[in-house]
Design a protein around this ligand. Sequence first.
Ligand code: NDP
Ligand code: 8X3
Length: 261
Amino acid sequence: MSRIENQIVLITGASSGIGAACAEVFARSGARLILAARRGERLEHLGTELQQQYGRPVLCLTLDVRDRVQVEATLQSLPAEWAAIDILINNAGLSRGLDKLYEGKVQDWEEMIDTNIKGLLYVTRTVVPGMVSRGRGHVINIGSIAGHQTYPKGNVYCATKAAVRALSEGLNIDLLGTAVRVSSVDPGLVDTEFSTVRFHGDTDRAKAVYQGLTPLSGEDVAEVVLFCATRPPHVNLSEVLLLPTAQATPTLVHRSESAAD
Ligand code: NDP
Ligand code: 8X3
């Protein structure tokens, strides 16, 4: 039996990209999945597909992590058979805009801060006490290389990911002495809907971000998340920085015509 078999895994932001890929790899490993995101229809579609393919139960929650009251009400009233969450993957997040800080849009800032920091906090605060009292659990936060190094015009997005890094560290410190572990998986460029969201639907601009190199895929990241989750209980991969081979820093990227377009 795999270490993941029958474990309850809550994935936020499971309707696309890295979150959807995590759903796939964890379902394949025999987990019972709770999938959360705002776009409920997409979740239902994915949930049905995974349930049919892997025969494991899936619970879909239409949830906006920015809404503290909704997060608490939803996660505190889970059906009894879903309540004992073993693994929380805090993945929901986004960037909005790429502007100099002094020209940035306040609404973009608020959306990033409310989702990437406050949303992650609300979910964590609601789920982790149960893990502590059950004496088992694993929180895996999706950070970013942007939390390690700030890049031009990345200001507020980078600040939110630096905050995620600090929160992973802080949670690990505060959980010392319990069996609950905290990992931060911090990718570089991953080809998802991320850049389309950042550029408010401008798909040409989004495509250019990944042009001339082979970026990470959601699956590449999901496999690392699964690797973290399947270490023996005394091992914690507290931080993993994972980059495409063609990326050295947020801005130092090797592009060539023969690579993915
Ligand atoms: P996607 O845009 O493909 O996925 C983002 C997911 O987050 C969606 O499922 C979206 O669902 C969900 N989400 C956004 N806002 C909310 C909200 N308020 N409440 C609930 N869910 C929400 O991008 P990625 O898969 O790339 O992003 C996933 C994570 O990875 C993010 O935290 C991002 O910062 C991080 N990351 C991405 C990198 C990249 O290059 N792509 C690199 C490093 C880190 P919905 O809209 O349905 O709510
Ligand atoms: C996403 C990676 O470099 O586009 O966190 O900000 S980057």
